[in-house]
Design a protein around this ligand. Structure first.
Ligand SMILES: [Zn+2]
Length: 312
């Protein structure tokens, strides 16, 4: 069994505590330009929780989005996207200098590549209906420069996340193939314990993605959904496909009112972590709504598990 890595998911939840970003169409990525200090401080907060993998503040960022909402031109938008990676490095540098993390600790940087649906800023990443209406070439064209910028910025991993439909995952894998040295995980948004958000069966989708590129894909899984449902979904993968999960605090995003709605989840996210480790999940984190206190508890459970497997 290999070591479990703790992922700094749910970046905007933490950022939103410093700067109100929930109602902005770039959902926090505007801070890359207008509030860099808060962005770096948020990364530092994750580092102090002991994360092994950071995620850039680019979930809802795109060249088109920067042009429309920040008034930048094409190359300025590309450079801003790229800069998100250096902000992660800066946060690592500061925390290593402060000795809050070990000097020799290797921290991976994952470039957040949210769904095209997230760009629409109407909750489309949670149903994926755009995939029926948009031409695949347009979706590919929209993703390409943001991926290029993150790769050029030097990310270790591309985090394809909250992907609602197989067709969008296939477009992303096609783009991934263009960067053979880059690794990626694909994490889906799902509507129930068997189906991704757009309706395809999760297990079939995961098998299909894995068959398309098992060299560069390092994990397949689910994020931003209730932990209970996430557990049932990733359990289906067995140990043949390395998995990732970063559920949210059990709330559902109301795209009209731009608030999280309680779904009556009774257990805490950290109550599931041990089980995920035991079934072989490779990357674990907490998505939207996860508190810092919960993250610290999750990290400690992961550490205990990693110690246990090292001994055995
Ligand atoms: Zn989330």
């Amino acid at each position: 069994m290999s070591e479990v890595l703790f992922v700094a998911a749910g970046f905007t939840t933490q950022l939103n505590k410093r700067t109100k970003v929930d109602e902005h169409p770039l959902w926090g990525s505007e801070c890359l330009l207008i509030n860099v200090q808060n962005e770096i401080d948020t990364h530092r907060e994750f580092l102090r929780c002991g994360v092994d993998v950071m995620i850039t503040n680019t979930y809802q960022a795109s060249i088109e989005g920067f042009k429309a909402h920040l008034g930048l031109n094409e190359s300025e938008s590309y450079n801003l996207m790229k800069k998100s990676v250096s902000h992660c490095r800066e946060a690592i540098r500061i925390e290593k200098q402060l000795r809050t993390i070990d000097e020799d600790k290797r921290i991976l940087i994952a470039g957040a590549v949210g769904s095209y649906g997230a760009y629409l800023a109407d909750g489309s990443e949670y149903h994926g209906n755009f995939i029926n209406e948009c031409h695949p070439d347009d979706i590919e064209k929209w993703h390409r420069p943001r991926i290029q910028a993150l790769v050029d910025g030097g990310v270790d991993i591309l985090a394809f996340e909250t992907i609602p439909a197989l067709k969008e995952a296939e477009i992303l894998i096609k783009l991934l193939n263009e960067y053979p040295k880059t690794k990626a995980w694909i994490s889906f948004s799902c509507k129930d314990e068997y189906h991704i958000a757009h309706g395809e069966r999760f297990l079939e989708v995961a098998e299909k993605c894995w068959s398309l590129n098992s060299t560069q894909i390092i994990a397949i899984g689910v994020n931003c959904l209730a932990a209970e449902i996430a557990t049932k979904l990733i359990s289906q993968l067995g140990t043949c496909i390395p998995s990732i999960t970063y559920p949210n605090c059990g709330k559902m995003w109301d795209a009209v009112n731009k608030v999280w709605v309680d779904q009556g989840e009774s257990k805490m996210i950290e109550d599931y972590v041990e089980k995920w480790c035991e079934i072989g999940v490779k990357f674990i984190g907490g998505c939207c709504g996860t508190s810092i206190e919960a993250r610290i508890r999750m990290k400690s459970i992961i550490d205990n598990f990693n110690k246990k497997i090292k001994k055995s």
